[in-house]
Design a protein around this ligand. Structure first.
Ligand code: NDP
Length: 285
């Protein structure tokens, strides 16, 4: 039987309606409009598209959106001065530095400069540490969206074997931590993993965050597994995931498509993180 589709578009639309309603409540009760600032250094075309989508998402949800465009030759101190300004700005509840930054800039130092409570990407060391130690921090958007999709299957995650392929700080590692928090038994695989398929074939939940089109083939998947495809790969002008979708559909019980899967959820979770940051600020008074 073909796998059921976890539709990121449908889930995002529902979540964004709920976010919009909570934005209205916040305005009514506290006079607070959630605000997101995105800093874009240089003019990478892919980043330009992401930033435009973020602006559009904010406006549709009734949020305040600000994009700070800085030239490619921006110096570290100028970037950090801009972050400091946004840290102080009471209209801004979330700050995001669009990655990758030009090579001469220190990405880690820039991310560390953002106030942890305004770090809506969840990349600040304090938020990463909270995720690691079980504290209440900001969760990175893509893994948060992927977990939400897994939860929509209604499957009890406790004790399930979860395998994540990819160990980046923005996807793989936080994804593994989130699944661990849900009481899965987690295996984190990477390019040096030996006999990868032996790991993946044990997975009740398989998350692919590799960056290689069609990398996960049907023979790597346990029958009935939930397969989450984080990959976004451009092949011959088309967007493809890390999973061989057509073949894996015949083996898995649930699967996310690309496009229309996890990618749709990422900006939605960014809006959610910004809303929650604004709610925390408003309630603190
Ligand atoms: P990275 O390049 O940072 O990480 C890729 C990971 O895959 C690394 O840990 C690497 O291992 C591992 N890997 C590479 N080759 C193999 C292999 N042959 N076998 C096993 N593991 C391997 O990528 P990201 O985590 O940033 O992104 C992953 C994918 O997700 C990309 O396609 C990206 O475009 C997409 N993405 C999608 C988002 C969305 O919104 N849907 C958001 C962010 C990313 P090692 O560490 O050993 O090098």
């Amino acid at each position: 039987m073909a796998a059921q589709i976890l539709d990121g578009k449908v889930m995002s639309e529902k979540l964004r309606r709920e976010i919009g309603e909570r934005v209205l409540c916040l305005k009514r009760e506290y006079g607070v409009v959630p605000g997101l600032a995105v800093i874009l250094v240089g003019n990478d075309p892919a980043s330009e598209i992401y930033v435009r989508n973020k602006e559009k998402g904010c406006l549709e949800a009734g949020m305040h959106s600000e994009t700070v465009r800085m030239p490619a030759e921006t110096q570290q101190e100028d970037l950090e001065r801009e972050i400091d300004r946004l840290n102080r700005d009471p209209r801004i509840h979330g700050i995001l530095v669009q990655l990758p930054l030009p090579e001469h800039l220190d990405e880690a130092a820039a991310l560390a400069r953002i106030l942890p409570e305004k770090d809506v990407d969840g990349f600040h060391l304090l938020n990463a540490g909270k995720l690691m130690t079980g504290g209440e921090g900001v969760i990175p958007c893509t893994p948060r969206g992927a977990l939400y999709m897994i939860q929509q299957t209604g499957v009890d995650l406790t004790g399930k074997e979860a395998v994540v392929i990819g160990r980046s700080n923005i996807v793989g590692k936080p994804m593994a931590m989130l699944l661990l928090r849900e009481n899965c038994t987690v295996t984190l695989c990477h390019s040096r993993t030996k006999q990868l398929a032996e790991h993946t074939r044990r997975a009740d939940i398989l998350v692919a965050a590799v960056g290689r089109a069609g990398f996960v083939t049907a023979d790597m998947v346990k029958p009935g597994a939930i397969v989450i495809d984080v990959g976004i790969n451009r092949v011959d002008g088309k967007v493809r995931g890390d999973v061989d979708f057509d073949a894996v559909c015949g083996v898995a019980s649930w699967i996310t498509p690309v496009p229309g899967g996890v990618g749709k959820m990422t900006i939605t979770m960014l809006l959610q993180n910004t809303l929650e940051a604004a709610e925390r600020t408003a309630r603190r008074g």
